[in-house]
Ligand binder design. Structure first.
Ligand SMILES: Cc1cc2nc3c(=O)[nH]c(=O)nc-3n(C[C@H](O)[C@H](O)[C@H](O)COP(=O)(O)O)c2cc1C
Length: 225
C-alpha cells in the first residue's frame, strides 16, 4: 500500500527559481531546492519539463534561487506557483536584481538568494533536475524566517498544482473518492478555479482562513460552478 500522507512528512523550503537574462526571464515556485555539496557549493532544483522556466534554464545554463520569507503573500505564490509565464510576464513590476551571469533574481518576499550555473542536468521523467554551482549568494533580511512547505500547507492552507513533484493524484485517495461527487469552485474576483479532484480536498474542508492562491480573496468569495 502507498500512504501519500507519508510523503508530506518530508520537509522542504519554498523558493522562486528564476532564469533568463536581462531581456527576458521567468520564474516558478519550487519546493525541491536543496544543497547537494559543500565544496564546491552546489544546489539542485527540480523543474517540470512543462514549466516555461525549464526552457530558460536549459537555454541560458543559469538559474537563481530566491528563498521566500514565512509571510510570503498569496499574490506571490499565485503569480509564480499557479500561473505560467507563457500567459504573462511574471517578472514585470517585480523588484529584480541581475546576477553576475545576468540571471534575474526576484527580491520580492525574499530573505536571501543564490545564483548558480548549471553543471549537470538529470532527466527524472516528468522533471529535469538541474545541478547548479554557486556563483554568488547574499542574505537580504536576517530578521525574517524562511517559509517552509509545512507552514505553507498547515498555516497558510496552501496547495501545490500538478507540475509540482509533491502533487498527489488524490483521485487515488479512497477517502476522497468515497465522499461523494467532486465539485469545482470559482473565485468571483479573479476567476481561479478550485477543482476538488485536482486539489485532493473538499472545498468545504479548507480552513476558513484559506484564501485564493492567485488573488488572495477570501473563501467566501468563491461560488460553485
Ligand atoms: C507550493 C508549490 C511548490 C511547487 N514546487 C514545484 C517544484 O518543485 N517543481 C516544479 O517544477 N514545479 C513546482 N511547482 C509548480 C510551479 O511553480 C508551477 O507549475 C508554475 O506555474 C510554473 O511556472 P512557469 O510555467 O512560468 O515556469 C510548485 C508550486 C507550488 C504552489
Amino acid at each position: 500500500m502507498v500512504d501519500f500522507e507519508a510523503f508530506f512528512k518530508i520537509t522542504y523550503g519554498l523558493f522562486i527559481v528564476s532564469s533568463g537574462d536581462k531581456t527576458k526571464g521567468n520564474g516558478f515556485i519550487s519546493n525541491t531546492v536543496f544543497q547537494v555539496t559543500a565544496d564546491p557549493p552546489r544546489f539542485a532544483v527540480c523543474c517540470n519539463k512543462n514549466n516555461f522556466t525549464a526552457g530558460f534554464i536549459t537555454r541560458t545554463g543559469v538559474f537563481s534561487i530566491s528563498i521566500l520569507e514565512q509571510d510570503t503573500s498569496s499574490e506571490i505564490m499565485g503569480r509564480f506557483g499557479f500561473r505560467s509565464g507563457r500567459d504573462f510576464d511574471k517578472l514585470e513590476g517585480m523588484s529584480l536584481k541581475y546576477g553576475e551571469t545576468g540571471v534575474p533574481i526576484v527580491l520580492n518576499a525574499s530573505i536571501a538568494y543564490l545564483e548558480c550555473t548549471v553543471i549537470q542536468t538529470i532527466d527524472t521523467g516528468t522533471h529535469l533536475m538541474f545541478i547548479g554551482e554557486l556563483v554568488q549568494s547574499a542574505v537580504l533580511d536576517n530578521s525574517k524566517e524562511p517559509l517552509t512547505y509545512l507552514y505553507y500547507r498547515q498555516v497558510k492552507k496552501g496547495s501545490a498544482p500538478k507540475n509540482a513533484p509533491t502533487y498527489i493524484d488524490k483521485s487515488k485517495l479512497e477517502a476522497l473518492k468515497s465522499s461523494g461527487p467532486l465539485k469545482r469552485y470559482k473565485c468571483t474576483a479573479c476567476g481561479y478555479i478550485f477543482d476538488e479532484e485536482k486539489e485532493g480536498i473538499k472545498f468545504s474542508d479548507l480552513h476558513d482562513s484559506w484564501t485564493c492562491p492567485v488573488c488572495g480573496s477570501e473563501k467566501s468569495d468563491f461560488i460553485e460552478v
